[in-house]
Design a protein around this ligand. Structure first.
Ligand SMILES: CCCCCCC[C@@H](O)CC(=O)SCCNC(=O)CCNC(=O)[C@H](O)C(C)(C)COP(=O)(O)OP(=O)(O)OC[C@H]1O[C@@H](n2cnc3c(N)ncnc32)[C@H](O)[C@@H]1OP(=O)(O)O
Length: 595
């Protein structure tokens, strides 16, 4: 054990110290050398009556233990008088534990104004008045330790305690500001959130818990918080039953509700769409002060201004398990030994199939109204949406797990007559801000054309490249499984079009169809197997146009033409002879197999 923590020369005022927690604090301070003012009005726990006895008994106890103490019988609402007792008797005030409290439990419907006012007077106003009265002395001596007593009833709410909960949460707010204002004068203010068996909690807590909630188990925590060696200021400490912890308020990462600084308004409908992001607490953080809170807002605005957010932002987390699930979803199989490195996380060359990284961009589109926001109607229904084209470029080394940030925006909108074509661009970064992946998706909204828009793409929309007019240099067949879409969807694209027969009918298909990106994954596997010896490091980019649907269970024929480091390909459904992907190509950094 380290050196005994002493309070010699210090004067401590403990309010409501006639019983329960306050008594334990007062006794411990007294045995540690502090001169103690034992404040207690001596009323009932409902705030009725007053007697000197409660405080006197504790004073006697402290004296019997060899300590120094005086009683004070004032109401904490007369804070100046309470502090005056300390000054008159001991000449100073170093420690103030705002502990006095009463209960007036009623449901909100039955809480009278008097119930409300009385609770606020004792808890909140009393703590304020005592603190304010002690303040000039503490400032002058450049030292002070103040405790505010909050409660889980305030932090979480508790049936029948509206008045008490509000006052207890009010004390947290009071402590926050007192901590800031006192900092430069070495006045620290912290919050204790105790759960103790006392006359206030008897009958509320279960017996088993009640019997273990001894106030003397909390006193050491409060007494330490009041010691000069304790550097905490503005902390909330919860303690009960011989246990203590710090409590934090955290703020989620949040979600930007507009796509550019020029967008002057957002809408309740949009808020509804992104609500899961607004309320996502996965990356929640504690902020140390109000400047950090507003600082982040400024950052959001700066990013919007500089076009850095340039649209919607999303977080994408993945692990080796996700990579394996994806690999299975696009047909990787242990029947091919070369695929083991995609399916076994302990394989020395375990790696992602690069097309996995179409997911961050796609999921961003699917969980926001990015696509709909581009349309004149402002709305789009999944039953009318088909994946038209995809471009993916890997820009840097891809880790096998991570938390990535994707920013996405609408890049172009075309009126194709039979439908509208929305082109979205997204960039995906790792935690250090390294650009890992670029995606461009063209989404065909069937029936949303003829709105008078332009037909041709702007520069920057990556065109498809038609296959050469010669026999393919290589062909690979892959049979998809009847459960291919059921498996693939687990990687994130939960569009019911791929699994729900009723939804497929609604969208105009006889049966659910395969995800376009699943067919793309199969096709890239073929190119990597044929021309890169399955070495994913050689993969640079892929482009595809989804020209006809694929039904799970059909066989894909991937025809390939090698032109330098570019491999052009088409993907045909063997059973129907229809081309499912046209104009596709894979750019390799190098090739490892000759024609
Ligand atoms: C918000 C959330 C985002 C959701 C993201 C996606 C989620 C996924 O779950 C969805 C999917 O995976 S769907 C499955 C994969 N996709 C498909 O199966 C679509 C297959 N393609 C088709 O059916 C038709 O091409 C079809 C229907 C697309 C077009 O056929 P037609 O209407 O007959 O058009 P056509 O007469 O051939 O051509 C008209 C103009 O459009 C251009 N075009 C055609 N197909 C295109 C395509 N796939 N992509 C881009 N442009 C396309 C043509 O070039 C033509 O333009 P122009 O007149 O200027 O030459």
């Amino acid at each position: 054990m380290s050196e005994e923590l002493r309070f010699d020369g210090r004067v401590a005022v403990v309010t409501g110290a006639g019983a329960g927690l306050g008594r334990e604090y007062a006794l411990l301070f007294g045995t540690r050398g502090a001169k103690v003012v034992v404040n207690d009005l001596g009323g009932s726990f409902q705030g009725e009556g007053a007697s000197k006895r409660a405080a006197d008994v504790v004073v006697d106890e402290i004296r019997a233990l060899g300590g120094t103490a005086v009683a004070d019988y004032n109401s904490v609402v007369d804070g100046a008088k309470v502090i005056e007792t300390a000054i008159k008797n001991f000449g100073r005030i170093d420690i103030l534990v705002n502990n006095a409290g009463i209960l007036r439990d009623r449901s909100i419907a039955k809480t009278s104004e008097q119930d409300w006012d009385l609770i606020h007077a004792v808890h909140l106003k009393g703590s304020f008045k005592c603190t304010q009265a002690a303040w000039p002395y503490m400032r002058k001596q450049n030292y002070g330790r103040i405790i505010m007593t909050s409660s889980n009833s305030g932090i979480y709410g508790n049936f029948g305690q509206a008045n008490y909960s509000a006052a207890k949460m009010g004390l947290v707010g009071l402590a926050n500001t007192v901590a800031i204002e006192g900092e430069k004068n070495n006045i620290h203010c912290n919050v204790i959130i105790p759960t103790a068996a006392s006359r206030m909690t008897e009958g509320i807590l279960p017996d088993m818990l009640f019997n273990e909630l001894k106030p003397n188990l909390i006193a050491p925590v409060v007494v330490y918080l009041c010691h000069e060696s304790c550097e905490d200021n503005g902390s909330y400490i919860e303690s009960a039953a011989g246990w203590a912890t710090k409590v934090h308020i955290v703020r989620g990462k949040g979600c930007v509700l507009r796509t550019s600084i020029d967008e002057k308004a957002t809408s309740p409908e949009y808020v509804k769409i992104v609500w899961s992001k607004v309320t996502d607490m996965t990356d929640a953080k504690h902020l140390d002060n109000i400047s950090q809170a507003s600082g982040y807002l400024l950052e959001v605005l700066e990013n919007l201004k500089e076009g850095k957010i340039g649209g919607i932002e999303d977080t994408f987390k993945y692990s080796s398990k996700d990579l394996i699930l994806y690999a299975l979803g696009i047909g990787a199989s242990l029947t091919n030994q070369n695929d083991l490195k995609f399916l076994y996380e302990n394989h020395p060359e375990f790696t992602a199939i690069p097309t996995y990284f179409v997911q961050p961009g796609l999921l961003l589109s699917m969980t926001s109204n990015l696509v709909a926001s581009a349309l004149p109607s402002g709305s789009a229904d999944l039953s009318n949406i088909l994946h038209g084209e995809q471009y993916l470029e890997i820009c840097d080394d891809i880790p096998t797990s991570g938390t990535l940030t994707t920013t996405g925006k609408v890049f172009d909108l075309m009126d194709k007559g039979s439908g509208a074509l929305v082109v979205t661009n997204s960039d995906t970064y790792d935690e250090s801000g390294r650009l890992l992946v670029k995606n461009q998706s063209s989404i065909f909204i069937v029936g949303a054309g003829k709105f008078g828009g332009k037909k041709t793409p702007i520069a920057g929309v990556i065109p498809i490249i038609n296959a050469p007019n010669r026999n393919p240099d290589a062909t690979i067949h892959y049979k998809t499984s009847e459960d291919q879409a059921a498996l693939y969807r687990l990687s994130g694209d939960l569009n019911p079009l791929h699994i729900d027969p009723d939804f497929a009918t609604l969208a105009g298909f006889k049966t659910p169809i395969l995800h376009g990106l699943c067919s793309l994954g199969f096709s890239v596997r073929a190119v990597l197997a044929q021309y890169a010896n399955n070495n994913t490091l050689l993969f640079k980019a892929v482009k595809a146009r989804f020209s006809a649907p694929v039904i799970p269970g059909q066989t894909l024929k991937i025809d390939m033409w090698k032109e330098g480091k570019r491999v052009l390909y088409t993907t045909t459904v063997v059973e129907t002879g229809k081309q499912a992907i046209i104009g596709g190509y894979v750019d390799l950094k190098d090739t490892s197999a000759k024609l």
